[in-house]
Design a binder for this molecule. Sequence first.
Ligand code: PMV
Length: 347
Amino acid sequence: KSIAKGSFTWSSPSNIALVKYWGKKQDQIPENPSISFTLNNCKTTTTVHFSKKENDVDYSFEVFLDGEKKDDFKPKIKTFFKRVEAYLPFLKDYHFKIETENTFPHSSGIASSASGMSALALCLMSIEKELIESVSEENFIQKASFLARLGSGSACRSLEGDLVVWGKHDKIKGSSDLFGVKYPYEVHQDFENYQDTILLVDKGEKQVSSTVGHNLMHGHPFAVERFKQANKNLSEMIAILKEGNLDGFIALVESEALTLHSMMMTSMPYFILMKPNTLEIINKIWAYRKSSDSKVCFTLDAGANVHVLYPAREKDAVLEFIKDELVAYCQNGQYINDIIGFGAKQS
Ligand code: PMV
């Protein structure tokens, strides 16, 4: 079908991995499977306006963040377009105006690549559906996740909720290296409305990008063992989620976070993304857990910020603990309260 112009809008959330993806092969194929909580409040809303143009050799698009033209986003989007063109042949037939905004402060140190790339992938899929009309609902989400993966690996876990697996795992039905799938097994009610308070420890630009970090896993002395361990941890997660084994959850999730950072510290060249306040917070969480029967725990992504995870029933107590003891370690006292969510929405 030939359509002169139109526009689509999608909101897509960020996600936080419990078993981490760190290390990839060509074409954004993960070295090991991962599982994440989809978030709810940290999200990107993107509108893509498309208008027909003469087919020529190059892509034609412009990008706006919060209404301001952002030419520095263009190289990343151009790379993404190049990677997905084989799957979206209309890309050179249209001019695109991409308007995007985040609910979280930019340069907050919260990566917007998962929410941003998944929202963009969904808008492009809506255009494809409008032009082709034969895309089924299931294929739509799967292909959007496939495309999002080519933008930023972990973005393929942001389309659905509340738990998403990406990467082939022999115990997880339907899992694939090519796209994320909704976690297919029983989850104990203790994980319902699980909370994630994100403590913004350092809002500065990361010294080492995740692309460089992933690449340093090639030939890393502990890589093979790490990939095996991630597979084993994901197997163990199945029983933990089913039984509501919160102590098992804490041990697995915190170990995953520290293992991710230990891979960074043992890369060559080595690097450290945690800051002194990251460690202060971790020690405070451990002390709090020791002095109470709390099931609060932490995880980290590729940065200094700390995600504080806890069951919904502990919300009031943990928020008080955060305000009394942890906010002092946040840059400008900033933190974001989030909760497990259910994925992207069209608007
Ligand atoms: O999706 P990328 O390439 O930005 O890598 C993200 C990797 C981690 O956030 C550190 C872990 C994960 O599984 O999300």
